[in-house]
Design a binder for this molecule. Structure first.
Ligand code: CO8
Length: 259
C-alpha cells in the first residue's frame, strides 16, 4: 500500500517503523494522516513476523498537533457529526503489539497525545512536549487531559494544560513522561534497540504484558492485580513459557515460537 502522509519500512524483518511525513506543517495531524497511520499499524499488527513498532517524525517535529489550518473553520456540528479526527485514534489504541514513540523536536497538542498513546516514549534531547490547546481557545481532545496526569501527576499536567508551556526532554524524563532521553543522532538506534529486544521475546507474553500494564490505568488496583494474575497463569499454557524457562536453566538463548 502506498501512503502520502507517512513513510513505512521494516527493519531486520521484525520491527515496523512509521515515519510521520508532512514536513511543511511540522507533521500536523489530519484525518488522512491518522487514517494512514492506523492502516499501517494494523497491517504490522497482523503480520506474524513483526514483533514491535516505532512511530517517529522528523528531527524538527514528531508532530506539532492537529492541523490548525483545517480545524480553524470547523463548527461544533462539523466536529461532532464527523467525530473529527479523534475517531481515527481508536486504531492506534487497538494495536496489540508494542508501539514505541521515538520523539524528536515538537510533540505538541495531538502530537503529544499521539506519543502518550504509544506504549512508551524515547526522546531525543531536543524533544519538547506540550498541550498548548488553551492558547487556541480549546482543550486537548485526544486524551491529553487524562493521559498526561497519569504520566506526570496533577501538578505538572495542570501547569501544562492551563499555561500551554512546553516541557523539554530533561523535564519530561524527570516527570516520567518519557522512559529514556538520548542525543538526537542516537534516537533511532536506541528505539530500534529496544524494539529488537522486544521483538525477540514471545509475542504472546509481550502482548500480555502490554495488556496488563494498560489495565493499571483503567480500573481499581485489586481488579488490575487480578487481571494480571489471570494472564500470568494463562502464560503457563504456552510453549514459549516452557522454552524460556528451559533456556534459562540450561544457560542458552531462548528461541521463542510465539506459541
Ligand atoms: N497545524 C497546522 N500547521 C502547523 C501547525 C499545526 N498544528 N504547527 C505548525 N504548523 C505550520 C506553520 O503554520 C508553518 O507553516 P508556514 O510555513 O506555511 O507558515 C510551519 O508549520 C512551520 O511552523 P512555524 O513557522 O510556526 O515554526 P516555528 O519554529 O516558529 O514554531 C511551533 C514551531 C512552536 C511548533 C509553532 O508552529 C506552533 O506553535 N504550532 C502550533 C502548535 C499547537 O498549537 N498545537 C496544538 C494544535 S491543537 C491540537 O492538537 C488539538 C488536538 C485535539 C485532538 C485531535 C487530535 C489531533
Amino acid at each position: 500500500m502506498s501512503y502520502e502522509n507517512i513513510e513505512v519500512r521494516v527493519e531486520a524483518g521484525k520491527v515496523g517503523i512509521v515515519t510521520l511525513n508532512r514536513p511543511k506543517a511540522l507533521n500536523a495531524l489530519n484525518d488522512a494522516l491518522m487514517d494512514e497511520l492506523g492502516a499501517a499499524l494494523k497491517a504490522f499488527d497482523a503480520d506474524e513476523a513483526i514483533g514491535c513498532m516505532i512511530i517517529t517524525g522528523s528531527e524538527r517535529a514528531f508532530a506539532a498537533g492537529a492541523d490548525i489550518a483545517l480545524m480553524a473553520k470547523y463548527t461544533f456540528v462539523d466536529t461532532y457529526k464527523g467525530d473529527y479526527i479523534t475517531r481515527n485514534w481508536e486504531s492506534v489504541r487497538s494495536i496489540r503489539k508494542p508501539v514505541i514513540a521515538a520523539v524528536s523536536g515538537f510533540a505538541l497538542g495531538g502530537g503529544c497525545e499521539l506519543a502518550m498513546m504509544c506504549d512508551f516514549i524515547i526522546a531525543a534531547d531536543n524533544a519538547r512536549f506540550g498541550q498548548p490547546e488553551i492558547k487556541l481557545g480549546v482543550i486537548p481532545g485526544a486524551g491529553g487531559t487524562q493521559r498526561l496526569p497519569r504520566a506526570v501527576g496533577k501538578a505538572k499536567a495542570m501547569d501544562m494544560a492551563l499555561t500551554g508551556r512546553m516541557m523539554d526532554a530533561a523535564e519530561a524524563e524527570r516527570a516520567g513522561l518519557v522512559s529514556r532521553v538520548v542525543p538526537y543522532d542516537k534516537l533511532m538506534d536506541e528505539a530500534l534497540g529496544a524494539a529488537l529486544t522486544i521483538a525477540d521475546f514471545s509475542q504472546i507474553a509481550v502482548m500480555a504484558a502490554k495488556e496488563s500494564v494498560n489495565r493499571a490505568f483503567e480500573g481499581s488496583l485489586s481488579d488490575g492485580v487480578m487481571f494480571e494474575r489471570r494472564l500470568f497463569h494463562a502464560l503457563f499454557a504456552t510453549a514459549d513459557q516452557k522454552e524460556g524457562m528451559d533456556a534459562f536453566l540450561n544457560k542458552r538463548k531462548a528461541e521463542f515460537k510465539n506459541q
